[in-house]
Design a protein around this ligand. Structure first.
Ligand SMILES: *Cc1c(COP(=O)(O)O)cnc(C)c1O
Length: 231
């Protein structure tokens, strides 16, 4: 019989250890970063095993799949992060079921999420996705368009603007990745200095979370390094 719990704990413990080392190299406290376990493409069983091993933050990229896992896990203390592209006809399910959104990039979506957030729940935590690399096909606001969106999102009841997120272009060398992450960290610091009250910098995935932590990430989104390949 395969014990998936043990198998899972090994991976997640290893990732946690690497996170701690990266934080320590950066002179930061061991608990200074949230590890979001990206469970898209993974089974409900894998999510349950992760939960049993102590994992609480989970990330999903597809609304329907996420909603099903949230219901299946049914754990009041689990924290669900929506990290996929937001289609306007799917905002209601995101606003009702998730705790965080990492991929806000349009004012119209911000308004929909805010209006659809149930008043009985705390405000939805939102991160603005920034297309730091200026890639044509990529989601996210251009750095010059960040201010107006931050301004709008921070004024909407139902939302709480918490910070920024980015996904670097594929195939960057570690030094280029570091420069990319540092640009997002600088934008984040500017917003903080301007009084936006932001405290979360979401950057880094399985292949580059250590570099992201070096640049100041305090929320990393790790899928395959924890769960193995996706189906
Ligand atoms: C899938 C995904 C991840 C996790 O990617 P891994 O390489 O499996 O760690 C992180 N962030 C976003 C936005 C994703 O879509």
């Amino acid at each position: 019989m395969i014990d998936i719990t043990d198998h899972f704990s090994d991976r997640s413990a290893g990732v946690r250890e690497r996170v701690r080392s990266a934080l320590s190299r950066a002179g930061r406290p061991a608990d200074d970063a949230i590890l979001v376990a990206v469970s898209k493409g993974q089974s409900v069983g894998a999510v349950q095993a992760a939960y049993r091993a102590g994992q609480r933050d989970f990330g999903e990229s597809y609304v329907q799949e996420g909603v099903e896992k949230i219901a299946a896990l049914d754990a009041a203390d689990a924290v669900w992060h929506f990290i996929g592209r937001i289609q306007s006809n799917k905002t209601r399910a995101i606003a009702e079921r998730f705790d965080w959104v990492h991929t806000l990039d349009r004012e119209r979506i911000a308004a929909r999420l805010a209006g659809q957030r149930p008043t009985a729940r705390p405000p939805l935590n939102v991160l603005i996705q920034v297309n730091v690399g200026g890639e044509p096909q990529k989601a996210g606001v251009a750095p010059h368009a960040l201010r107006p969106l931050a301004e709008a999102a921070s004024r909407l009841p139902g939302l709480k603007l918490r910070g920024l997120m980015t996904i670097p272009p594929a195939g960057l060398a570690p030094s280029e990745g570091l420069a990319h992450f540092r640009r997002l960290a600088a934008l984040h610091r500017e917003l903080a200095d301007e009084g936006y009250g932001v405290d979360t910098l979401s950057m880094g995935m399985s292949h580059d979370f250590e570099v992201a932590i070096e640049a100041g990430a305090n929320c990393i989104r790790v899928g395959t390094a924890i769960f193995g390949p996706r189906s």
